[in-house]
Design a protein around this ligand. Structure first.
Ligand code: ADP
Length: 523
């Protein structure tokens, strides 16, 4: 029975006994870093009976920089730590390696009116014997393997577990890893699943090659489906013979679920976008029909109205704006069809030179219309008329070149427009080159996106919808080509696309014309 500690003397004796017989090393330092008192365990740790007095902290521990107690614990700085802790090597006479967890804190002693430093030393390890060190390392390794939140396991060539960590044990419904040692996946998982794992492992053993990041399903003890990303590697002995496999697996169930949700959201968004595009395409078609009527009858009207310049001007105005509206609607239809993958590609054999001549005529006409006849137009046709037949969608190729040419006229005030085709690395290279305003390199990719214009301010100088180039890109990709631009701000631009060169003979074009059944491909 412990009698009541009442007197001051009793209390001091009691405290002293605790200090003396504590199983951790204890030292008391003055604020000047000199040992004032120490207990028995400290003597044992430092193998220095009766010799510790007056020694400093740095005399006892291997430490990079001498400790400055004043800086650590005194002064007016409020951020000063209430304690200091570190793992240090103890300086021992016999050079034996001994690591300890060392903790310092400030204590007050009213009797001597000074602040003192208490040093507590918890021994971590002694490695007198290399065997101890091995044991210690093995212990660390086991701790590491068991505390890693991934599955870690080793199996022999018969796929029996010879090592497993806590994570694997938990997955299998075992309390401790030992419970699964010697067993196989067949003891824990459905036969089909275990068979799949075994097949993988046999392949690794036979081929001696790792299988990395296998995404596999696992059914845990509560019948929950989980997803793991597992890497399995062959395990070899010192002779290089394969004696089993080792594996590490990470639970990626959450990730897989998130990816699935993302895929679903993407699919839904695409579906909605396609619906919208299909709606636009149909809607625009419906608008085009009455508009064609208006345009047809306006032309008709021009012939029948009495010769009156005012009336002619008005009808002409209806016609011009009607054509603009029709072109805009056609662009919306094309863009929507490309988006909803409803665009029809109609291939036939045709003469390249013919479409270039048609484009040359229409471009000269446009230059006249916009009072830009001072701009010179040059056409390069690099194949002779009888060798320029190819098999592709002539209307769509013409449409893309037409878009390029319309832009070239729009964005060029003086100089020249050159366009044509040549054969580059066995592919057809089409280009429209101008000496216009040019494009900054950072804009040269975005202009191929829908509704993108370099200048999209309301008061912009050039009219347009920003659809032309995106349609051109969509079409060229469908035709199996590549599209791009080389340009320099203020110097001009060269828009180009390439297509596979499939040479045809004119005879086939004749046949096409006779049967009039071009190949239609709905993409
Ligand atoms: P739009 O011409 O109707 O605005 P486009 O898709 O045809 O739409 O072109 C997108 C943008 O690319 C234009 O607004 C313009 O900023 C730039 N661009 C296209 N062609 C040229 C060109 N030849 N020279 C300079 N800029 C051009």
């Amino acid at each position: 029975m412990v009698s009541n500690i009442t007197s001051k003397e009793d209390k001091q004796n009691y405290q002293l006994t605790i200090f003396e017989s504590a199983l951790i090393g204890m030292l008391i330092f003055s604020s000047e870093n000199k040992i004032l008192k120490y207990n028995k365990e400290a003597e044992t740790l430092f193998e220095d009976p009766g010799q510790l007095n007056e020694k400093s902290f740095d005399d006892l521990f291997i430490i990079d920089l001498p400790l400055d107690f004043k800086k650590l614990f005194y002064g007016s700085d409020k951020t000063i730590n209430p304690y200091w802790e570190n793992i240090l090597r103890i300086k021992r006479k016999n050079k034996e390696i001994l690591w300890a967890n060392v903790r310092l804190n400030k204590i007050s002693n009213k009797n001597i009116g000074d602040e003192l430093i208490l040093c507590q030393i918890h021994k971590i390890s002694t490695f007198n014997d290399p065997k101890d060190k091995l044991e210690y390392n093995a212990h660390l390794l086991v701790e590491l393997i068991n505390n890693i939140p991934d599955n870690i396991f080793i199996k022999d060539t018969k796929s029996r577990f010879i090592l497993a960590n806590t994570c694997v044990a938990r997955l299998m419904g075992a309390n401790v890893p030992d419970e699964i040692l010697g067993k196989t996946d067949y003891d824990f998982f459905p036969k089909k699943l275990a068979g799949k794992y075994r097949k993988d492992e046999l392949e690794i053993i036979e081929a001696g090659q790792a299988k990395l990041n296998i995404i596999e399903q696992v059914i845990d003890k509560n019948r929950n489906r989980k997803w793991f990303s597992t890497s399995k590697l062959p395990l070899k002995n010192e002779k290089g013979e394969i004696i089993g496999i080792m594996g590490i697996g990470r639970d990626i169930t959450l990730l897989v679920k998130e990816q699935k949700a993302l895929r679903k959201a993407k699919y839904e968004a695409e579906k909605a976008d396609n619906l919208k595009s299909a709606f636009l395409a149909n809607m625009s078609h419906e608008i085009r029909t009455p508009l064609n009527g208006i345009l047809g009858f306006s032309q008709f009207l021009l012939q029948y109205i009495p010769p009156d310049p005012k009336a002619e001007k008005y009808v002409d105005f209806i016609l011009q704006n009607g054509v603009r509206l029709l072109n805009l609607i056609s662009d919306i239809i094309d863009a929507s069809k490309i988006e909803s993958k409803q665009l029809e590609i109609i291939k036939r054999t045709f003469s390249l030179n013919e479409i270039f001549i048609q484009l040359e005529h229409s471009t000269l006409e446009s230059l006249r219309l916009y009072n830009k006849t001072h701009i010179t137009l040059e056409t390069e046709l690099s194949l002779p008329d009888n060798e320029c037949y190819i098999y592709n969608d002539d209307q769509r190729i013409k449409q893309v070149l037409h878009n390029f040419l319309v832009n070239a006229i729009k964005f060029t005030q003086q100089g020249s427009i050159n366009f044509g085709y040549r054969i580059v690395e066995k592919r057809l290279y089409f280009y429209v080159k101008d000496t216009g305003i040019g494009i900054k390199s950072e804009d040269s990719h975005t202009i191929f996106k829908r509704f993108t214009q370099v200048d999209n301010s309301l008061g912009r100088k050039y009219e347009g919808t920003g659809l032309g180039l995106s349609i051109a890109k969509g079409l060229i990709l469908l035709l199996g080509g590549e599209i791009g631009v080389n340009s320099q701000k203020g110097k001009g631009s060269e828009f180009f696309f390439t297509l596979p060169y499939v040479k045809k003979s004119p005879a086939i074009q004749m046949m096409n014309k006779e049967t009039d059944s071009p190949e239609q491909k709905k993409i």
